[in-house]
Each structure stands twice: as structure tokens, then as C-alpha cells.
Design a protein around this ligand. Structure first.
Ligand code: AMP
Length: 568
């Protein structure tokens, strides 16, 4: 008797399991399957994605339903369309030897009539997102009044997404005496409340912290100044040339912005968030699965359905608002027996959150330092060297060999190697020659990102046709500064302010000593940092500052500085 038979599964399922190549039940399967097969009691299971939980509730449900009946007997609610499809697909595989099995997925963004007609053909199991399910109940396209099993999958996530009311309504159409099985990666108060409300003395199992997923994942954090998050992300990507990762941002806007920046900077990146159409999301996921996208920047909600097994890194560009969500994020890697790394980019003030997460995941984080430019260049060079070394020779090149030999007749092997590597390597080495040391996070109070920057006043503004974006571009171009080197550009009518890193201060001042624009000299001077101005204003005992006074303060502070003489 194999281990799955020992759990009580029948031959058609054992055969399907053999086809799938599962050799041992996972922990959640070991605990849940016998329980669900043999009793009609409710169940609360703490288990995250990647632990085999779909099979844990899927097999008992499939074994207990009557496939000869066309009545809907099982309802599985899950938070996203992707997850819905994934569960439907898995159930199809688990029940492949059940003649007459009909598992139907119901989710938004696809034809409701097609879904209704599939249900009508006799769906014994419906896998649904709450929104669409409610819609179909209202339109009397489904009948769940005779179900025997209800599964709330990823319950914490459904609640995060605001589905409480929908779940409440949907369950009110189901019989009292059904069995309810709730699966959740975390157990915030809201999930416990749902369990209490909809379930009767449920059995409880926890595989939470000992599941296959998180055992395989190591956790690291990198401390940065708040303005250096993006640079940090790039550095982590550069230090891991074969990275295949999901990068989590907090908002859809940040997700889109970071993905765009990465693409602009030459990375294979893509964005996945709720503002994209279903078609766009499908395309992004296809490119990610094909590894055309190496860095998938995603919101928590959109990433729920990612069923890709070989993700090497999860990068928390920002920590989630709810620290419990970290478990979901890190569970995207370290799946199917592979190891994975979950990285967190944090600022000093967020550091305490690490402790809280450690308590939840019951694992320690390693505080890491960013590799320096030399290390990154070395990693990149060796990665390229290995790729070239392992590349299979394409003999179509033989046709051109004479021409190539003629071209390189006088080039030694060493020279040729250097030239080949320079093609890729120069870009990195140039970038990292002057790259900032990200490990140098100030040890004082929380970094506002301003301490090391200088604020400038410039007598060019809206009247000269600039907005913040065009002025930023203009400054970057004339000063020959990098993409992120000019920031906090604040354009007023006839003057503006901007910041640069303090290392560029001299360069900026020198450049503008004799710079003419539309025939007049442009005046650039060091101004006051808005943070310190804010602080000072606050400390002026709440007295409202007359804008006029403020203006005169500014001119005063400017005039107090020694005037620089113009070269011409
Ligand atoms: P889940 O946690 O349900 O999302 O499952 C994660 C992945 O593990 C799916 O691709 C399953 O097909 C696979 N899986 C489930 N149970 C087992 C098992 N006992 N052995 C190996 N893989 C499994």
C-alpha cells in the first residue's frame, strides 16, 4: 500500500497521483485527507500556497461527490481568477479517471453566459471568485442550495480584497449542514471571526511554518536610505544575473512605475497589477513563464495567482502594510523542492518590522550588505564567461569563418577575449565606477533621503515654459547627470528648486557660473532644504508665516551667502 492509499484514497485517485508523479503526501495532505474523507466536521487549516493544499481538499471532495449526479455538490471560493483556474485545472488532473466529472470555473472578465451553460451541463464542483459567484446567484444561473462541501480558499486574501460581504451572502444560499473547509496562510482576527461565524467546532490543522515552501526559503534584508530603494533594487538584480523574480510593491502606481524604470534601464521586466486588462495580464504572465521577463513587478493581489515553480528570488521593494502578507510573498519562491531567497529592502524606520515578521515566519532574517561595484562586475563577467563557455557552437557560422579570421588575423586570443567581454562589460564597469555605496546609511535618526542632498535655487520657472519634468530633463542633460541624480524639482512661476546629491554640488555651481539661457545669465544658488524649513516652521510655535515674510526670509538667506563672481 503506498502512502496515498494509506490516507484512504481510492484507486482512480492513486492512478492520477502516479501520473502526476507525486511520491509522498505533503504535510497538509497527510493531516487533512483522512480527516476530510472520514468525517463531515468543519476544518480550519493554516497552510499557504505551495504546500499542496489544493490536493488536500481536492481529493476528499472528489472522492466524496457523486459524479453520476448533475447536482452541484461542492463550491470552492478563491480570491482571484488565476487561482480559480489553477484550482480547476488541478482538480481536473486529480479527477482525470472519474467519468462524468465536471468542474467549472466562474470568474469575472469572461463571458457569464458561457460559464452559466457549463454549470447547466451539470457541474458537480464550482470553483468561483466571490464577485462573479454572487452575480450568478442573483441571476439564478447557479444553484448551490444542495452543496455538501464549501471551501474558502486563501480566506485571508479574500478578506483583504474586501469579499467579506460577498462570502456572507453566498454562504447564506447554502445548506446549514454542509461541511465547510477554510484554508488560509495566516490567521488575522477577521479570518478567525469568519471561522466562528460560518463553522461549527471546526477541526484545526496547522502546517503554516513547517511547510515545504518556507523551509526552503532564506530571508535577507538590506538597509537603505529611503531615496535609494530603486538603486538598491537594481544592485540586487545586477548581483544576480540569472535572477527570476517577483518584486512586490505596495501600490499599483509604484508597481507600474518601477517596472517602467527597470525596462528603461535595460532589464527584462514587466508589471502585473489590477489596472491592466485581463488580456495584458495574461500576456505578462506568458512572458514570465517563458522567462522573457526576469523581473515581474507585482502587487500582492495580482500576484496571488502566480503558479510558477522556479522563482529564485522574491524582492520586497516595499514591505506590505499587513506584515502577515509577507508569508504569501515569500511563499512565491522555494516551491516544488527548490530553494529560494526572499529579500527585503528597508529603511531604518522600518527595521522593527523585521522582528515582527520573524515572529510570524518563525525564521530569522540575515542582514546583508550590498555587494560593491567590483563584486558585481565580477559576477556579471563570470556569468557571461560561463554562458559563452557553455554555448553550443552554431556551425552556420562556419560559412563566415574566413571573413572573421581575416578580420581578426592580427588579434591575439587575449585581445579577442578582452574585446568580446568589453561589449557587455563596459556598460557595467562604467556604471559601477562611480556608483554610490548603498551600505553607507547614515547612523543618525531616520534618513529622510535629504541629508546627503543639496537643494538649489534656480531663476528659471514656469514663465520660461518649464514644468518639473521638463526642467528635470533639461538639468540632467546640461549637467550630464544620471537618471535619478536630479530630484525634488519644484517649479514656481519665475524660479524653481531642485536637489542633487551633495557630491554634484560643486559641479552644479561651477556649471552655472557662466551659463546663459535666452540671453540672460541663469542664477543657481544653494538653497535651504525643505525638510529643515518645515521643521523650523513647526518650531516657530505654530505662528502662521506670512508668505511675504517667507519670501523675504528666502532672499535674506540667499543674500547672506557670499556672492560668486561670474567668469564673464
Ligand atoms: P498548492 O499548494 O495546492 O498550490 O500546490 C503546489 C504544487 O504542488 C502544485 O503544482 C501541485 O501539483 C504540487 N503538489 C501537490 N501535492 C504534491 C505532492 N504530494 N507531491 C509533489 N507535488 C505536489
Amino acid at each position: 500500500m503506498n502512502a496515498f492509499e494509506a490516507l484512504g484514497l481510492d484507486i482512480p485517485f492513486i492512478n492520477a497521483i502516479n501520473d502526476l508523479g507525486f511520491t509522498q503526501p505533503s504535510e497538509v495532505q497527510e493531516k487533512a485527507i483522512p480527516l476530510l474523507l472520514n468525517s463531515s466536521e468543519d476544518l480550519v487549516a493554516l497552510a499557504q500556497t505551495g504546500t499542496g493544499k489544493t490536493a488536500a481538499f481536492g481529493f476528499p471532495m472528489l472522492q466524496n461527490i457523486d459524479v453520476n449526479s448533475r447536482t452541484t455538490q461542492g463550491l470552492i471560493l478563491s480570491p482571484t481568477r488565476e487561482l480559480c483556474l489553477q484550482i480547476t485545472n488541478e482538480l481536473g488532473l486529480y479527477g482525470k479517471y472519474l467519468k462524468g466529472l465536471n468542474v467549472t470555473a466562474i470568474y469575472g472578465g469572461a463571458s457569464i453566459t458561457d460559464q452559466a451553460s457549463k454549470v447547466k451541463k451539470g457541474a458537480q464542483i464550482i470553483v468561483a471568485t466571490p464577485g462573479r459567484m454572487k452575480d450568478m446567484i442573483n441571476r439564478k444561473m447557479v444553484d448551490i442550495s444542495k452543496i455538501e462541501y464549501a471551501v474558502l480558499d486563501e480566506a485571508d486574501e479574500m478578506l483583504n480584497m474586501g469579499f467579506y460581504e460577498d462570502i456572507n451572502d453566498i454562504l447564506s444560499y447554502t445548506p446549514q449542514d454542509k461541511s465547510t473547509w477554510l484554508f488560509s496562510a495566516t490567521m488575522p482576527k477577521e479570518v478567525a471571526t469568519i471561522a466562528k461565524k460560518f463553522m461549527y467546532q471546526p477541526n484545526e490543522i496547522t502546517v503554516g511554518h513547517k511547510n515545504v515552501g518556507s523551509e526552503q526559503v532564506s530571508h535577507e534584508y538590506y538597509l537603505v536610505g529611503s531615496r535609494d530603494r530603486y538603486l538598491a533594487l537594481k544592485r540586487l538584480a545586477d548581483a544576480n544575473p540569472d535572477i527570476f523574480s517577483v518584486i512586490f510593491c505596495r501600490t499599483k502606481r509604484d508597481t507600474q512605475k518601477i517596472a517602467e524604470k527597470l525596462i528603461e534601464d535595460g532589464y527584462n521586466a514587466g508589471a502585473l497589477h489590477g489596472d491592466l486588462s485581463q488580456n495584458q495580464r495574461d500576456m505578462v504572465m506568458k512572458s514570465f513563464r517563458n522567462k522573457q521577463i526576469q523581473m515581474l513587478v507585482a502587487t500582492d493581489v495580482a500576484a496571488r495567482g502566480i503558479d510558477v515553480d522556479d522563482i529564485t528570488h522574491v524582492i520586497n521593494y516595499q514591505l506590505p502594510d499587513e506584515i502577515e502578507t509577507y508569508t504569501h510573498r515569500s511563499g512565491r519562491t522555494g516551491r516544488a523542492g527548490k530553494t529560494g531567497i526572499s529579500m527585503v529592502i528597508i529603511t531604518k524606520s522600518e527595521q522593527r518590522k523585521i522582528k515582527a515578521i520573524e515572529r510570524i515566519i518563525q525564521k530569522s532574517f540575515t542582514k546583508k550588505r550590498f555587494p560593491d561595484g567590483d563584486e558585481i562586475c565580477r559576477v556579471q563577467l563570470m556569468s557571461l564567461a560561463n554562458k559563452i563557455h557553455d554555448t553550443e557552437i552554431n556551425h552556420d557560422i562556419d560559412n563566415y569563418l574566413n571573413d572573421l579570421n581575416a578580420l581578426y588575423e592580427d588579434t591575439s586570443k587575449e585581445e579577442l577575449i578582452k574585446k568580446i567581454f568589453s561589449v557587455e562589460f563596459t556598460r557595467f564597469s562604467n556604471y559601477y565606477k562611480n556608483a554610490k555605496d548603498l551600505n553607507n546609511v547614515s547612523s543618525g535618526p531616520e534618513s529622510t533621503g535629504n541629508e546627503k542632498s543639496v537643494r538649489f535655487f534656480i531663476n528659471v520657472g514656469k514663465k520660461d515654459g518649464y514644468d518639473w519634468m521638463s526642467l528635470k530633463d533639461f538639468l540632467k542633460a546640461i549637467l550630464e547627470l544620471g537618471k535619478d541624480d536630479v530630484f525634488k524639482v519644484d517649479v514656481k512661476d519665475s524660479f524653481s528648486f531642485f536637489n542633487t546629491d551633495e557630491k554634484f554640488a560643486t559641479k552644479v555651481l561651477e556649471f552655472f557660473q557662466d551659463f546663459k539661457y535666452n540671453g540672460r545669465f541663469v542664477n543657481v544658488e544653494i538653497s535651504e532644504n525643505p525638510e529643515s524649513r518645515k521643521k523650523r516652521r513647526k518650531s516657530s510655535r505654530g505662528t502662521k508665516v506670512n508668505p511675504r515674510d517667507r519670501k523675504s526670509n528666502r532672499s535674506k538667506s540667499l543674500s547672506q551667502r557670499p556672492r560668486r563672481s561670474r567668469r564673464r
